[in-house]
Every structure is written in C-alpha cells, then in structure tokens.
Ligand binder design. Structure first.
Ligand code: CMC
Length: 431
C-alpha cells in the first residue's frame, strides 16, 4: 500500500485543497478524506457506506466486477479444495497458512476450551422453547464476558490470544446447545477427538440413547460452507464488529454484536428467508411467475431472497463453489423433493430474465447454502447460526487487525443534520 505521491484537487468555496490518494496492493484507489473536516469544515456523505472505505485491511480481497474472492491472497476456490476450516481460520486470523506444528497447536488450544461453564446451562433454561437460536447465540456469546471475564481486555496480548481460542472453541457448543434447547433434547457435550465440523454435527444430532454416525459428505459440505462464509471484507456484521470493538470492549461482547447484525434478512438471514420464500411459493400453488413479477414490480417491496449482492455484479464465486456441491448432494440425497425442483427452476428463470440480467442479480451464496443445510437436516432457524459459525474467524481477524493497528481510533462517523433548527418548547397543555 502506498500513496505514490498521487493527489486529487478539490475546489471548494473558491479555495483549492489537495487530498492524498491511497493505493491498495491490487491497484485499487481511495481518496483519503481523513483531514477534510479539519481543512474545510466539510464532511463526506455516503448513505449506506456504498463508497466509503472505513479502514485499510490485509485480510480479504473482493473484486465484485470480476467475481473474485481471496483470503490473505489465496483464492477461495483453492482454499475450499485444499484446506479445512480450522486451517482457514488460522490463515485469516494470523495472516499465513499454518505449518503442521502450528496447526496442531492451534487445534489443541481450541479443543481445550470447548466446554461451557456449567452455570451457563441455566441461561438456556430461561429461554422459551420458541426462542430463535440467533437470539440465544448473541445472548450466550455475550454472557461469556461474565464467565470468561479474565480474558476481557483486548489490549492485553495474552488475554486477547486466549479470548480468541475460547471464542472459536465455544461457539459450536453454544450454537448446538441452542438447537437442543429449542427441541427439548438433552445437551450433547463436545467430543474433543472429533474435528471441528464433526464435533458440531455430533452436538447437533447425537442423542445420549443411541449411537450417531455421520455421513462423510455431510462433514465435507459443512467444512466447505464454513470456509466460504469465513470472511467477506467490510460487510455489515464485520463492520459492526470493528465499530463495537473500537470502543475497546471485550471480544465476547463484540462478537455478540456481530451475531445480531448478521441475523437481519438482508445479510446472513437471507438463507433462512430464501427457504421461507420457497415454502411460500410452494404453498401458493407453485405460482413462480407471480413471485417473479412481484420481485420486478418497483411498487412491491418483495425481493427474491438469495439473489443480488451489494458488491458482486458478477457471479458470486462462493455461490459457484456452493452450486457444485449442492448439485452433488441433491443427486445423492434429495430424491424428488419439490422444493429443490422449485429452486432449480427459479434459478434458471432469474438467470435468463432481462430484469435480473440487466441489474446483474445473480444467485448469491445464501441461495445455495440454505438448500445444502436443508439436505444436511439442519432446521432453517439454524441456517444463520451456521453462517455465524463460519464468519467467526473473519470477525476475529478484523478485530485483531484493528487492535494491532497503530492507527486504531474509536469509530465515530458524523452525520449531516437535516432536522428542525432551534425552536421553543410549547407547554404540554397548549400542544
Ligand atoms: N430481487 C429483486 N430485485 C432486486 C433484488 C432482489 N433480490 N436485489 C436487488 N434488486 C433490484 C433493486 O430493486 C434495484 O432495482 P432498481 O434499480 O430498478 O431500483 C436494483 O436491483 C439494485 O438493488 P439495490 O437495492 O440498489 O442493491 P443493494 O446493493 O442495496 O442491495 C442486497 C443488495 C443483497 C441487499 C439486495 O440485492 C437484496 O435485497 N437481496 C436479497 C437479500 C439477499 O439475498 N441477501 C444476501 C446477500 S449475500 C450474503 C451476504 O454477504 O450478506
């Protein structure tokens, strides 16, 4: 990264100002407006941050026009093929692929911390059975700041490292317990001889009364989905993590906030919303045309869930990988499930309909991930929880990068005030 002496000139109120241009390693450019307010008394305005770089980061590169995604320089397709999720997590958080010894040490540190404090089970008892697992996840992750309070200082190197291990280790346990709570089954404790993905599936689906054997294709599919979800630059939840973490609050509270941001239907909640949409279309006599028309109607707020992306104006590379595994799993497990047939048809129509083609609205990762999770037997309320499990290393990597940066400041955007100018209060009886 550098400035290479490049600047832009800004003409404002008859005066000329010079602003430096920052150049990223892929040649992408940013006008540095950090001193703009001090120099001119003006702020920049960019609703939804569509054009705003909030930080410089070495973690993830996304080229939405070309459909490219790389973690720390490695293509997502190569990582999905050659690495497992814990290796990818190490890469994202610490910046390099681990050696065999580093990976074993990393996995050992995660294994050592998978159990929850027994007292935490009482938190689950307080939730009603209809509680959404994302609400439980954010609440219980937040509660780690109480049970693991000796790791709460993000400025302490040792506490920071141990908080990272504990967060990675406990997230699958917290997630699986939230599912068991929702269906009234006993909690299944972590089994540390299993891999990260095997352990999660075991805690989700095993019961104490019988032996559970998991299909290797299921483990592979989960591993792949977690890798594909692991990071995606300054998306809504990652920006939330940076925003919240910038106040120097602990990692657990920070991740809890990230979970909340991810839950929304326009972000991680889209995979659940996509299955909801397919169910609605099926229940409505499979009237696909009606829903395509609704999606195209500018006066109808309905959108096709699982289509479109703020950054990708080309095929989402994660969706491409997902689509191939989805096809394999459908051939092996789906039979003639009407929902899968409907999904295929919807995809074909949207990929050829001029409305979607012109707006570059391709199926995104959430279109396929929901379908894959459904094949794995994961209930739709848990889909976004699995997204959170996958995104966790990315959140942690950004949190750590921010804390290691000498330029770290509390995040404090400004606003352009458009409300009333000063006015007098009318007494209550006269209003
Ligand atoms: N169905 C129908 N029309 C759409 C859709 C859709 N899914 N997405 C965008 N459009 C239209 C939109 O109406 C607008 O049309 P026009 O130019 O005529 O006004 C045009 O496409 C541009 O849309 P936008 O709202 O400016 O796009 P955005 O960048 O603000 O929104 C999005 C991106 C992902 C929120 C949006 O595409 C969407 O709501 N998709 C459905 C939800 C979804 O699948 N989200 C998961 C995203 S992938 C997971 C993640 O990374 O978080």
């Amino acid at each position: 990264m550098g400035t290479a002496g490049e600047t832009v000139r800004l003409l404002l109120g008859g005066k000329e100002y010079e602003l430096p241009v920052r150049i990223g390693t892929e040649g992408n450019r940013a006008i540095d407006v950090g001193q703009l307010y001090a120099m001119t008394g003006h702020i920049t305005l960019d609703e939804g941050y569509a054009n705003t770089g909030t930080t410089m980061s070495t973690i993830c590169y996304v080229d939405g026009e070309k459909g490219v995604l790389r973690y720390r320089g490695y293509r997502i397709e190569a990582l999905a093929e050659q690495c497992d999720f814990t290796e990818t997590a190490y890469l994202l958080i610490f910046g390099e692929l681990p050696t065999a010894d580093q990976l074993e040490d990393f996995r050992g540190n995660i294994r050592r911390h998978t159990l929850l404090h027994e007292g935490m089970k009482t938190i689950y008892d307080g939730f009603p059975p209809y509680a959404h697992p994302m609400a439980i996840l954010s609440a219980v992750v937040g509660a780690l700041a109480i049970y693991d309070k000796e790791f709460n200082d993000p400025r302490d190197v040792t506490q920071r490292r141990l908080a990272i291990y504990r967060m990675l280790a406990k997230m699958p346990t917290i997630a699986a317990f939230s599912y068991k709570r929702s269906i009234g089954q006993p909690y299944i404790y972590p089994q540390n001889h299993l891999t990260y993905c095997q352990n999660f599936l075991n805690m989700m689906f095993a019961v104490p009364s019988e032996k559970y054997s998991m299909d290797v294709d299921f483990v592979d599919a989960l591993n792949l989905l977690l890798i594909l979800h692991a990071d995606h630059g300054q998306n809504c939840s990652t920006s939330t993590v940076r925003m919240v973490g910038s106040s120097n609050v602990n990692l657990f509270s920070t991740i809890s906030a990230g979970v909340c941001a991810l839950w929304g239907a326009l972000h991680g909640g889209a995979n659940e919303a996509c299955i909801d949409m397919l169910e609605t279309i099926l229940a409505d006599g499979r009237n696909l045309g009606k829903y395509i028309d609704k999606a195209k109607d500018p006066n109808d707020p309905f959108r096709l869930m699982g289509f479109g992306h703020r950054v990708y104006k080309n095929y989402d590379p994660r969706a491409k990988v997902c689509k191939s595994i989805c096809g394999r799993l459908l051939d092996r497990f789906a039979g003639d499930d009407p929902m899968f047939e409907l999904a295929k048809e919807l995809e074909e129509i949207a990929l050829s309909d001029p409305y979607f083609v012109q707006r570059k609205l391709f199926p995104n990762i959430d279109f396929y991930s929901g379908i894959i999770y459904r094949i794995l037997g994961i209930p739709k309320e848990m889909f976004t929880v699995l997204f959170a499990l996958g995104r966790l290393p990315g959140w942690i990597a950004h949190w750590r990068e921010m804390h290691l940066s000498p330029d770290k400041r509390i995040h404090r955007p400004r606003q352009l005030y458009t409300g009333h100018t000063e006015r007098e209060i009318v007494p209550l009886i006269k209003r």
